[in-house]
Design a protein around this ligand. Structure first.
Ligand SMILES: C[S@@+](CC[C@H](N)C(=O)[O-])C[C@H]1O[C@@H](n2cnc3c(N)ncnc32)[C@H](O)[C@@H]1O
Length: 291
């Protein structure tokens, strides 16, 4: 996530006259065993996504208050959900996913790690009728919006989020944005191909091709009816983050929990964490503590 090749790709992406058409995910709901296993492995301890999960967990923690009822939409195999819940032991988390296989994986992870503040169930983020209006204090959704079929479903998901989130609740939503060139997408999906499985590399490229544009995402977020700030990685919207303002004090206890997770990352993962943090900081997205 740094170096001359990335910079050339970003500049060419920025200068491109036209974008590429969206290619929706072949597996909208990730129930294929090979794809689900590859994604789970990438997010488990020592997997390629560990640094990204810590980044999102840290950002999500700024909008979650102790005592909050938090809903994580499209939680997948639960690696992100469990990490965020571990950093916030005084809040209660529910994760939903539309894939029975992912729900089983997430439940198994929660049981294996003995996490007490997380429940997982089957659910569709475009239809949250099981949740009453204004019943959720905070919402999280990471790397999942690109799994929706089209802009109509994206709008439904955000209007449902707006309905169930209580006034002045917290939200941290992050996903890829659609970049202009297939070559830029190929660069990112294969940048670390030696550290990831071929199935994950294929899935990563499909995800980038399925990403919504920044304006599609921004339009849908407006339909949520809650004030959110938007941040994107400069030059190309590799990552797009929407978040509400900070809702908590950054106590020494949280800082030390986060620091100890950071220290468990390998040196390579720490470098990726730092590179991502710098890139998003250049887009205005600040981190609560320096690591
Ligand atoms: C790439 S995974 C991301 C999982 C997790 N949020 C993370 O950051 O690791 C995307 C997930 O979205 C789920 N998904 C797709 N469409 C969904 C929907 N309409 N409602 C709920 N989950 C959905 C898929 O089954 C898959 O588990």
């Amino acid at each position: 996530m740094s170096g001359p090749r990335m910079m050339i790709n970003l500049l060419l992406d920025r200068l491109a006259f036209t974008g590429t058409a969206r290619v929706p995910e072949r597996e909208l709901v990730m129930d294929d065993p090979c794809q689900a296993d590859a994604f789970d492995a990438a997010g488990s301890d020592g997997g390629i996504l560990e640094f990204l999960y810590l980044y999102h967990a840290l950002q999500a923690t700024t909008v979650i208050r102790p005592g909050d009822a938090v809903l994580d939409l499209a939680c997948g195999p639960g690696n992100q959900l469990v990490l965020t819940a571990t950093l916030n032991p005084d809040s209660d988390f529910v994760g939903i996913d539309a894939s029975p296989r992912m729900v089983d994986k997430a439940k198994a992870l929660v049981a294996r790690q003995g996490v007490k503040n997380v429940e997982v169930c089957l659910g569709d983020m475009t239809d949250l009728t099981g949740f009453a209006a204004a019943s959720v204090d905070s919402l999280t959704c990471t790397m999942s919006l690109h799994h929706l079929a089209d802009v109509g479903e994206l709008g439904s998901a955000f209007s449902e989020m707006g309905r169930i989130l209580r006034p002045r609740g917290g939200a941290y939503l992050a996903d890829f944005g659609r970049m202009n060139r297939l070559a830029t997408m190929r660069h990112f999906s294969s940048e670390w191909k030696r550290e990831q499985s071929p199935a994950f590399t294929r899935d990563f490229l499909q995800s980038l091709q399925a990403a919504f544009t920044v304006s599609e995402l921004t339009g849908a977020v407006a339909g949520m009816g809650h004030a959110m700030e938007r941040f994107t990685t400069p030059l190309a919207p590799f990552l797009v983050v929407f978040k509400t303002g900070w809702r908590r004090e950054w106590s020494p206890q949280i800082a030390s929990r986060v620091q100890s997770r950071y220290e468990k990352l390998s040196p390579g993962q720490r470098r990726k964490f730092q590179a991502l943090s710098r890139w998003l900081l250049a887009g205005g997205c600040e981190l609560p503590s320096r690591m």
